[in-house]
Design a protein around this ligand. Structure first.
Ligand code: IVH
Length: 697
């Protein structure tokens, strides 16, 4: 924007030209936002375009175009809604794609609970509504706050918009707990979707791709009146914080929701066997097209809430539920080119560039080809007609080539053996242990490869890492190429070294004073960051958000983590964390063994404060921070359940007894560990004493 002339200085002809450009640019962004759910500019950049359009129109009112963006309600930038921190996180579900996956899920539940194969285990089976989830908070029966799921921990306050939905009771009927958060899905029926798009078309506004996008777009309207005319609907299926629960089963909860005035899905059923579950799935699948709203599978949940509580959660999803998804939708199109992208650690990833095609309501033009072997295995060639598949939100895949339609002379694809970004050799390494060749071809350029450096920086500022607003790929690339930013810490020097003074480099870089100020402010806001985000931002191989959280919980501070990586016990310590396996542990250790990385961390720590992770629920927990060993056979719960429960109370569960052990829980048949405990003077209790100990926690 800074390169464009200021509005006051525009001539009439220039203004007309600029309005024409803005109309088409904004329309293109709207299309990306609504149709592809994939905006290519930040909300701030989008806002700036709209603001400029409005300013020019104010100066030259007679130049307002019939297709001016000011006539339409565009995408609503998310910053306009207040943030809401969920008191109980909004989780997601694990997926099952086949009957076998469902069988395995039920077996897993039984194993965890230590149930006999013939003991009764009841599930509710519900359609999985394809909309967007929302949480509705009622205090003394009155609707006081409604929010989107957001990232699961923090969503957006959309109370005003939810109030306009008929299915959302403003006051609960009958007796309700003092605090009750009801959760469920906001969705749009096929009929309302068709009517909305017809209206959009008539008014020359962009069309929505599918009911889910339009429901999402509608609840994010700044003007609740617009949400109101879009006639959204709501099914209740779950809950968050509650001062008291009205029932002790999922089905009982659904009945309570109904009694309070909610809609619950009428197709919901109780299933007592796996056969009943999969029959439900098939029945719903066959009725899918006639339901009048989109569903993308069914959800099975353990009905008994006491069992749900025992089962608990693994990372972001409950152990007691699973989504059985419908098969993906497919379409044929032409593969126009294969692009090679270079990742953070140098992996060359082939991406199929497709002739745009609609798959299940969404326009697809890129699909992953995974790696070299995959291309060879499917014999994918440029010019081929291919079958593309999309399942839920996952990246579209190429299923197969339609060989009959192959153009004459199409040649097998030659995977590059040099990195397209830096020209270094790209090699497939051998795994030291197995001797097998890795599937990934990696650029050996390491620190000299600009593509890798840029990817690392992109990851560092990304939403779930440092979340630096306004620092998009374009800017990172420019800063990198001009030598302003080479490692993450440089980001925090941007203002001091390059932004200040009259001849500031930022001005030369094409940043206006205001936009630079905005960026510096966004950077400053991140000088304090949580431990898990910090770890995730480092971009350690195999360390995603979940592992970053595990590490943060286990080590609390970055110094503790870095220090223990220097010791001999680094690997076993890492592997003692549930959820961290050998490969991941190795990658973490390797990362900290590299002096360049520890230096980059040291530089960063001069600039940012890392807030130590909170210890897990220690308030009531008698075992927080203690090391516990279970041995012998347990009778009231499985070893897995005992371990999960102890860990959720802040204990570390270890497999062997040492001087560092605080407590041994021994069942019948405990052997050598008991002797070890005696040797080290460690306290030993039996299972009943353990249950009494943790009962009130
Ligand atoms: S239960 C703790 N039940 O699916 C479990 N979710 O993939 C909470 N969804 O985020 C979810 N229909 O938006 C549940 N009958 C149903 C559902 C359902 C749709 C959505 C929900 C959730 C997503 C998980």
């Amino acid at each position: 924007m800074s390169r464009t002339k200021s509005v006051e200085k525009l001539s009439r002809a220039e203004a007309a030209k600029d309005l024409e450009r803005l109309a088409s640019e904004i329309a293109a962004h709207d299309r990306q936002y609504y149709l592809e759910d994939a905006p290519s500019v930040s909300d701030a950049e989008y806002d700036a375009l709209r603001k400029r359009n409005a300013a020019i129109e104010t100066r030259f009112p007679d130049l307002v175009r019939p297709d001016s963006p000011s006539h339409r309600v565009g995408a609503t930038p998310s910053e306009k809604f207040a943030k809401v921190v969920h008191s109980v996180p909004m989780l997601s579900l694990d997926n099952a794609f086949s009957d076998e996956d469902v069988i395995e899920f039920v077996a897993r539940v039984r194993r965890f609970l230590g149930m006999k194969p013939d003991a009764e285990l009841v599930f509710t089976a519900e359609p999985k509504i394809d909309g967007l989830s929302a949480t509705l908070r009622y205090e003394k029966g009155v609707f006081v706050l409604g929010a989107t799921r957001g990232d699961g921990n923090e969503g957006e306050d959309i109370t005003a918009n939810l109030r306009t939905i008929n299915d959302v009771p403003l006051r609960l009927q009958g007796r309700a707990p003092d605090v009750m958060e009801v959760r469920g899905e906001v969705y749009m029926t096929h009929a309302n979707f068709a009517a909305l798009n017809a209206r959009q078309e008539e008014e020359g506004k962009p069309l929505y791709a599918n009911p889910r996008n339009s429901a999402a777009g509608s609840v994010r309207q700044l003007d609740p009146a617009i949400t109101a005319v879009r006639s959204l609907k709501f099914f209740a299926y779950s809950w968050g914080e509650a001062s008291k629960l009205p029932a002790d089963s999922q089905s009982g909860m659904l009945q309570a929701f109904k009694d309070w005035g909610f809609k619950v899905n009428p197709l919901t059923k109780l299933c007592r066997t796996i056969e009943e579950m999969t029959a439900f799935y098939r029945d719903i699948a066959s009725r899918r097209a006639n339901l009048g709203y989109d569903i993308d599978g069914v959800v099975y949940k353990v009905d008994d809430l006491r069992l749900q509580e025992r089962l608990g959660f693994v990372s972001r999803s409950p152990r007691w539920a699973i989504a059985h998804k419908f098969a993906a939708e497919q379409a044929e199109t032409i593969l126009e080119a294969i692009d090679i992208q270079i990742g953070r650690i140098g992996t060359l990833t082939p991406v199929a560039k497709l002739k745009p095609v609609t798959v299940g309501g969404v326009v697809v033009q890129n699909a992953t080809l995974h790696n070299e072997d995959e291309i060879a295995r499917k014999d994918v060639r440029i010019g081929d007609t291919v079958v593309v598949q999309r399942a839920g939100d996952v990246i579209p895949q190429i299923v197969r080539v339609v060989v009959e339609k192959r153009p004459k002379g199409a040649k097998p694809y030659n995977f590059p053996e040099r990195c397209p970004a830096c020209g270094s050799h790209a090699v497939r390494e051998q795994d030291v242990k197995t001797g097998e060749t890795e599937v990934a071809r990696r650029c050996t350029g390491g620190l000299i490869c600009p593509a890798q450096a840029i990817e690392r920086l992109k990851h560092f500022v990304s939403r779930n890492a440092f979340d630096i607003e306004g620092m998009g790929e374009k800017h990172i690339r420019a800063f990198y190429e001009d030598g302003l930013i080479r490692e993450p810490a440089d980001i925090f020097h941007l203002e001091g070294r390059y932004g200040a003074g009259e001849k500031a480099i930022m001005a030369r870089e094409g940043w206006g004073e205001q936009s630079a100020r905005k960026l510096f402010d966004a950077i400053d806001r991140r000088r304090k960051i949580s431990m898990d985000r910090f770890i995730y931002a480092l971009g350690i191989r195999h360390v995603g958000e979940t592992t970053a959280k595990l590490l943060a919980r286990a080590y609390r501070t970055i110094n503790a983590l870095a220090n223990s990586m220097k010791g001999d016990e680094a690997l076993p310590e890492l592997q003692a964390i549930e959820g961290v396996g050998a490969v991941v542990a190795e990658a973490i250790k390797d990362f900290f063994d590299e002096p360049h990385n520890t230096k980059a961390i040291a530089h960063l720590l001069e600039q940012v404060k890392v807030v130590p992770a909170a210890a897990p629920r220690t308030d009531n927990s008698p075992v927080a921070g203690k090391t516990v060993v279970f041995t012998g056979s347990l009778e009231k719960m499985t070893r897995q359940e005992a371990k999960a429960r102890a860990e959720s109370l802040g204990a570390r569960v270890s497999g062997s007894v040492s001087a560092k052990t605080d407590l041994v829980v021994a069942g019948p048949g405990a052997g050598s560990k008991l002797a070890e405990a005696e040797k080290h003077g460690v306290k030993v209790i039996d299972e009943d004493a353990w249950l009494i100990l943790i009962e009130k926690a």
